[in-house]
Design a protein. Structure first.
Length: 289
């Protein structure tokens, strides 16, 4: 069932766990995410990026997400979210489509310009009862970003004092932080960096909004649980979902070389995605154990 993200966050804060936020791209991955949530019996955030909306269209993707959530998970709370929105038009599209949460990622801009754009989004979103996630610091991607993060992490980490100012001036509802987390597949092949948990602790002391961990694929359960204890309330998973889908698809094509029915070829990917999603949700939801 579809709910406002506010309801999910309030419960997560009360019980001190994190909500899994999973990126979807098509029908099979959407079904897999929903099935994983049903198996774990926990709420989730179902999200898309602007590149996915460009690929499939806002109307078709939002309809797909809402229809599957409402009909396949009638007893599981699910919130819809825009992940890494880059422009004001991205935000407007998703709010009109019925999303209860949107992210404006202006972390590539200067601090002042990030504040200005994020503040503009918040002012618009509040008129429609929609929550806004901002980002401060830089969550890098790929070999070049990975190498720089390892050598000069301070260049990318969220500054606690700036975080306090950023939240105060923009009035965002949630804040995505950079604490050594990294996007993409490269880290999975060359070693996932450890999180700077001491930096997260300092950020938590200075801000009063729920914190979000992007690029969480591959991070150890121990680090995830510690991050949750330090205020992380949303954890994004994307790369591991893509990997699960691809691995299952390769295996399916390998075993059934003569099969031409796409339904039979793609069906195993749903189960493989569900398996990953359930595993992550149980880690995020039972962090106190």
């Amino acid at each position: 069932m579809l709910v406002h993200i506010k309801k999910l966050i309030q419960q997560a804060k009360k019980e001190k766990y994190a909500i899994g936020a999973f990126d979807t791209f098509n029908l099979e991955i959407t079904l897999g995410i929903i099935q994983g949530a049903k198996q774990a019996k926990r709420p989730i955030i179902l999200q898309v990026t602007p590149t996915t909306l460009k690929y499939a269209g806002i109307e078709s993707m939002s309809y797909l997400m809402k229809t599957v959530a409402q009909n396949q998970a009638k007893n599981i709370p699910i919130a819809l979210h825009l992940d890494h929105g880059k422009t004001f038009s991205d935000i407007v599209e998703c709010i009109k489509a019925g999303f209860s949460s949107v992210m404006i990622d202006a972390s590539n801009l200067s601090f002042d310009k990030n504040i200005a754009l994020t503040k503009k989004v918040v002012q618009y979103a509040r008129q429609h009862n929609v929550w806004v996630q901002g980002e401060l610091g830089r969550v890098v991607k790929g070999k070049q970003g990975y190498d720089k993060l390892i050598i000069e992490p301070e260049e990318f980490l969220t500054d606690p004092d700036q975080a306090q100012e950023f939240v105060k001036k923009t009035k965002i509802h949630t804040l995505a932080v950079a604490i050594g987390n990294i996007h993409g597949l490269y880290k999975m092949r060359h070693g996932v960096p450890r999180l700077f948990l001491s930096r997260l602790k300092e950020i938590q002391k200075r801000v009063n909004v729920p914190l979000v961990l992007h690029g969480a694929s591959g991070i150890s359960s121990a680090q995830i649980k510690k991050a949750i204890s330090l205020g992380i309330r949303i954890i994004n998973i994307d790369t591991e979902i893509r990997m699960a889908f691809k691995q299952s698809l390769i295996q399916s094509l390998k075993v059934n070389k003569k099969e031409y029915d796409p339904r039979k070829i793609l069906f195993p990917t749903i189960k493989n995605v569900a398996k990953i999603v359930k595993k992550k949700i149980l880690i995020f939801g039972f962090s106190k154990k």
